[in-house]
Design a binder for this molecule. Structure first.
Ligand SMILES: Nc1ncnc2c1ncn2[C@@H]1O[C@H](COP(=O)(O)OP(=O)(O)OP(=O)(O)O)[C@@H](O)[C@H]1O
Ligand SMILES: [Mg+2]
Length: 268
């Protein structure tokens, strides 16, 4: 085990994790640089969510280490990792359906600040101003007083991401931010997310890792792509090189390089 020699936001080194006979992570090593938008691609069961879960403390690797900056966070709990500036959204949004959009964001904010009464979020002026600002950046302010159960899947995805930002993280992991979003709204959803994250970061850009199945989204928004297959990273680099890699075409996209949008959708 070695401490990374160059500064990066997060360094995963030799992560392994098995569930019985299933290998979910096999010697996964990824360094994430500040300000990157790293996209994880791979077919169903390739190990993308497992990687996100190990980084955020929801799963512990059988072996390997995870550094956040210079700190070894491999054995820390999700809450301890969140406190250090790592936030995430979920493949299936984790929301309180009976509560309003505003109360969900307030609850997330209080939770991130260590307030244990987060299920009865205080509506004090400072908290309201913070949450209204966040909802506005996500285009959700007009929905603030609606119960979440009334909202379509795409709006729930946006809300889940907005909630992840209430902790003002330096590293944000988004598990399939456009799943459940209709095809013609995917780009506008991602535009909203990327702009909101950029505004949130201010001077210091928030580093983003996102999981995505739509190769048109990957090409447009990723600054770097890591392709997973069988728990292993089979390619890592710029989208222009990863997406034409023969192994990636065989195991992930299943296609020769093409620009057709309908030909490059990998079903989640
Ligand atoms: N908690 C768990 N218990 C048992 N097996 C698991 C668990 N989590 C993941 N796996 C298995 O590990 C493998 C990798 O799963 P993972 O969820 O990381 O895939 P994924 O790349 O996110 O797939 P998808 O695109 O379908 O979300 C799969 O075979 C999955 O069934
Ligand atoms: Mg997944």
């Amino acid at each position: 085990m070695t401490t990374p020699v160059y500064p990066c936001v997060l360094s995963a080194q030799g992560l392994n994790l098995s569930f019985g006979a299933v290998t979910a992570a096999a010697d996964v090593s990824i360094d994430i640089q500040r300000g990157e938008r790293l996209c994880l691609i791979g077919s169903n069961g390739a190990g993308k969510t497992t990687f996100v879960n190990m980084i955020t403390g929801y799963l512990r690797p059988n072996s390997g280490t995870i550094f956040l900056g210079q700190e070894n966070i491999t054995r820390l709990s999700p809450r301890e990792i969140t406190r250090r500036g790592v936030a995430r959204s979920f493949q299936i949004p984790q929301l309180c359906l009976h509560m309003t959009v505003l109360d969900n964001v307030l609850a997330a904010m209080h939770c991130n600040r260590g307030n244990t009464h987060f299920l009865k979020p205080a509506h004090d002026p400072d908290s309201l101003a913070f949450c209204h600002g966040l909802l506005e950046r996500f285009g959700l302010l007009s929905q603030a007083m609606r119960p979440v159960r009334e909202l379509p899947g795409g709006v729930r995805k946006l809300l889940d991401i907005a909630m992840a930002l209430t902790g003002q993280p330096k590293l944000l992991l988004l598990d399939e931010p456009t799943s459940g979003v209709s095809a013609d709204e995917k780009f506008s959803t991602m535009d909203t997310v990327v702009q909101a994250i950029e505004q949130e970061g201010g001077e210091e850009a928030v580093t983003v890792v996102f999981v995505e199945h739509d190769m048109d989204i990957v090409r447009r928004y990723a600054t770097r792509v890591a392709a997973f297959y069988g728990g292993r990273v089979i390619a890592d680099g710029q989208a222009s090189s990863v997406l034409v890699d023969p192994e990636v075409q065989r195991h992930v996209t299943g296609l020769a390089p093409a620009s057709s949008s309908e030909a490059t959708q990998v079903q989640p």
